[in-house]
Ligand binder design. Structure first.
Ligand SMILES: [Zn+2]
Length: 212
């Protein structure tokens, strides 16, 4: 498992599984992911959406990915631990899943600059060739800048999804000193990571977190 490269703000277990981890080490599945921006409070039910949050110790929450970026958030809300796990592909990113997660934290009384945050492995700009509709949608995001896309060898654009998420994070007031990302490229590391685009249609890695 790849663990965020920053100390946790309270006792927790968290990280990003790889294909070397046993599936039983991951949390139970409680999301039916639909590439949107909706985040739910974690319950025992399976909910349709792309993020979960909880303040409950002993309730692990997570998202499953294989090119999309898993995002973990952890911070104190009025002295109590709060965590979230988000599934951020390009659709969810432009739909505002990270913006929604930080808004939830703020609504409950948290201060965004106090959040510890980590982006996990996903397809990086080296391999993330996209159609023009992706760049057009991403351009509508207030944090977008043209440096996040560049033409690749075939002339199609390559998009920096981690870069867009990081730009959103800073736009939302998250502290760059509290970032503990492990932004490895899923396409570049077939021994370590699942990649849907490379052909792993079933295998997934998790981004998950549990308050202890
Ligand atoms: Zn790559």
């Amino acid at each position: 498992m790849l663990v965020p490269t920053i100390p946790a703000p309270f006792p927790l277990r968290w990280g990003f599984t790889t294909r070397q981890d046993h599936p039983a080490d991951a949390p139970p599945i409680h999301l039916r992911q639909i590439h949107g921006g909706q985040i739910h409070p974690a319950t025992d039910a399976v909910q349709a959406g792309d993020g979960l949050w909880t303040m409950e110790p002993g309730r692990p929450i997570g998202v499953r990915v294989a090119d999309c970026v898993p995002v973990l958030l952890a911070g104190l809300v009025r002295g109590s631990p709060w965590v979230a796990a988000l599934h951020a592909g390009w659709r969810g990113t432009v739909a505002g899943i990270l913006r929604n997660g930080v808004a939830l934290f703020r609504e409950q009384g948290g201060h965004p600059e106090a959040l510890v945050w980590a982006l996990g492995p996903g397809i990086r700009k080296c391999h993330f060739e996209v159609g023009p509709e992706v760049i057009e949608a991403a351009r509508l995001d207030p944090a977008w800048h043209e440096g996040l896309a560049e033409p690749g060898p075939t002339g199609k654009f390559h998009c920096d999804l981690h870069g867009l998420l990081r730009a959103q994070a800073l736009d939302l007031g998250l502290d760059p000193a509290k970032e503990g990302s492990a932004p490895r490229c899923t396409m570049c590391e077939p021994e370590l990571l699942f990649s849907y685009r490379r052909g792993d249609l079933e295998g997934r890695q998790w981004g998950w977190v549990e308050i202890l």
